[in-house]
Design a protein around this ligand. Structure first.
Ligand SMILES: [Zn+2]
Length: 594
């Protein structure tokens, strides 16, 4: 089946996407541990889309290009000196990305921004290169479309304006042709209108879900709130008819048009967003075009971007599968290339000798399998060490030891001043849960000691220092370990509500009645922000049937293969539990093991 799909994609690629190229760099991921929890922005969006398009054969590896960072002279053609100087200050970056001050490393963030701008500029130059083609060249940059940055103002996730910077550089190269900018992000292109005001050969068309007042120089249609696919596509067809002929186009194929998006206010489906991209691609059949993701703050934002890639590469209409987990797919491909000899103990001579003498090696192994060196290699291959490097840590050291209940693994990293910090610690054991052997996680902590708590980033009940934003990577890693060791799943006891909440997509409580009570708690606290909800549970302000509710740290499990569940017991526990919020804070009885 997959071979058939790959073959079909090759054929469609040849028919429709011969000149299609994708610009991408792993450093497109914004180096801010808290941005996802604070804003819903999935920093792995570009990674997920790139991995998906490659894995599905929609884009061959040779068509993925890595950009060079744009120069400050390129930025200075558009932006004021004050704006560019401000980018060196953590306060500016914290404001632009709505994160805490202690979570920003301006230089590393500017690496991401300059690479994305470089991608947009190089894509534009590459599109304009002449060649014997009937279909105009199209290129997709997996990060960019920072349309809220004006000449001297920035904000809303936009530090500088990559599209305006690219157009200014092309003009400087001598390109004088007309440029159209189709801004199909859910928000108005205020920064673009400001930056491009002086260029008489630029036309901007836009469809938005919010009215920010008149934008001079923009053909703007504001749709009513929650407008769906039909209304959107009608307005789009009309806009495409008004669009003038041009020598180059930029398309901001915003991911925040989806109904689920918390900021966009429109009501499109994934299929509607794909249809949008196909209609725009058809209208630009003979116009070279640069495509950009712009905004997107729902868990499906990466699917919009992957869909844009599919529309351009293969004209495909089929959905990005609902159950497709790009991180799990990626990790399983990396795991397949890691050999047991690389992960296990190096056959040192003294160890071979000990083995011959029938003695155990004195060197501790994690779960009787992984060596210190093997774990370090795995963390590097999975990309975790480079993620941590961008947060300000490295070089790294792994330590293994035996704990009373299991094996302890620790990852230490040095900061720029040479001080060593504990970053990741886990205690693991092979144990039976519900009659099957599983990887049991007694303890896991992900620590970012260079960041700090604040009013915007309050301490969660189990936290000593802020987290690393890598919980998804760690649970995916544990699932790979369980598979390699022949275990049926991964189990742990969530010490607080927010931990169970974060895992609720993949993990279930082993006891169906406990699962039902948890679902009732999620239902009844649904209107509260997660941080407030978890604090309310921890402080005893949440009541179950009028009595203070004490968090129950029961076992949750992620089975590797589908397991039947007593759905009736889950539903009956869920429907009979009623959680309310009490007025007075009372400390619940302490206890519960970690
Ligand atoms: Zn937007």
């Amino acid at each position: 089946m997959e071979a058939m799909e790959a073959l079909a994609n090759r054929l469609r690629r040849w028919l429709f996407g011969r000149d299609f190229a994708v610009w991408y760099d792993p450093r497109y991921r914004l180096p801010m541990a808290s941005i996802e929890a604070r804003t819903g922005f999935e920093t792995r969006r570009a990674d997920f889309a790139a991995w998906f398009l490659l894995e599905r054969g929609a884009v061959p590896p040779g068509r993925v290009r890595r950009p060079a960072p744009v120069g400050y002279d390129d930025l200075a053609r558009v932006h004021t000196a004050e704006l560019l100087e401000g980018l060196e200050r953590p306060e500016t970056m914290a404001r632009i990305y709505s994160v805490d001050l202690g979570d920003v490393r301006p230089e590393e963030t500017m690496t991401t921004v300059r690479l994305a701008c470089g991608g947009t500029l190089e894509a534009a130059r590459s599109c304009l290169r002449p060649g014997p083609r009937r279909v105009a060249r199209r290129e997709l940059n997996l990060f960019g479309g920072f349309h809220h940055a004006g000449r001297g103002t920035n904000g809303g996730f936009c530090a500088v304006n990559d599209v305006a910077v690219a157009i200014a550089a092309l003009r400087n190269d001598g390109f004088a042709g007309r440029v159209v900018v189709l801004d199909l992000d859910a928000h108005p292109p205020d920064g673009l209108a400001d930056c491009l005001r002086g260029d008489g050969e630029v036309w901007i068309g836009s469809i938005s879900g919010s009215d920010w007042g008149p934008l001079p120089g923009v053909d703007e249609t504001v749709l009513p709130q929650r407008a769906g696919d039909g209304d959107y596509l009608r307005v789009l067809d009309a806009l495409l008819l008004r669009m003038p002929a041009a020598a180059l186009a930029f398309v901001l194929a915003g991911g925040d048009v989806l109904a689920r998006d918390p900021l966009g206010k429109l009501g499109l489906t994934l299929a509607g967003a794909r249809e949008r991209d196909l209609r725009v691609a058809d209208a630009l059949f003979r116009v070279p075009s640069v495509w950009l993701p712009a905004g997107g703050y729902s868990p499906d934002a990466w699917r919009v971007l992957a869909g844009t890639g599919l529309a351009l590469a293969t004209r495909a209409r089929g959905p990005v599968p609902d159950k497709y987990d790009p991180l799990a797919q990626r990790y399983s491909r990396i795991a397949a290339r890691l050999t047991p000899a690389e992960l296990g103990p190096p056959a040192g001579e003294d160890e071979l000798l000990l083995a011959e003498l029938g003695q155990r090696s004195a060197r501790p192994l994690l779960l009787g399998f992984y060596s210190r060196e093997g774990l370090e290699l795995a963390l590097a291959r999975y990309g975790l060490l480079s993620d941590l490097g961008r947060l300000g840590y490295g070089p790294f050291r792994v330590a293994l030891s035996n704990d009373a209940v299991g094996d302890r693994a620790q990852l230490f990293g040095r900061d720029a001043g040479g001080n060593e910090h504990l970053l990741i610690e886990c205690v693991l054991e092979k144990r039976e849960v519900a009659g099957e052997p599983v990887l049991y996680v007694h303890w896991l902590t992900l620590r970012n000691p260079l960041a700090r708590f604040s009013a915007q980033r309050p301490r969660l009940p189990d936290q000593e220092v802020p987290g690393l934003g890598l919980a998804r990577e760690m649970s995916t890693l544990f699932a790979r370990m369980a598979e390699r060791l022949g275990l049926a799943g991964v189990a742990f006891r969530p010490a607080a509500f927010h931990i169970a909440y974060a895992g609720r997509g993949q993990l279930r409580f082993v006891d169906p009645r406990r699962q039902g009570r948890f679902e009732a708690l999620v239902r009844d606290l649904g209107a509260m922000p997660l941080v407030a909800a978890t604090a309310a549970v921890a402080s005893g302000r949440v009541l179950l049937g009028g009595e203070p509710y004490r968090w129950e740290p029961d076992e949750m499990i992620l089975w590797r293969t589908p397991h039947a569940e007593d759905a009736a017991a889950v539903a009956s526990a869920r429907d009979s539990a009623q959680f309310t919020l009490g007025g007075v804070a009372r400390a619940p009885p302490s206890g519960g093991d970690r």
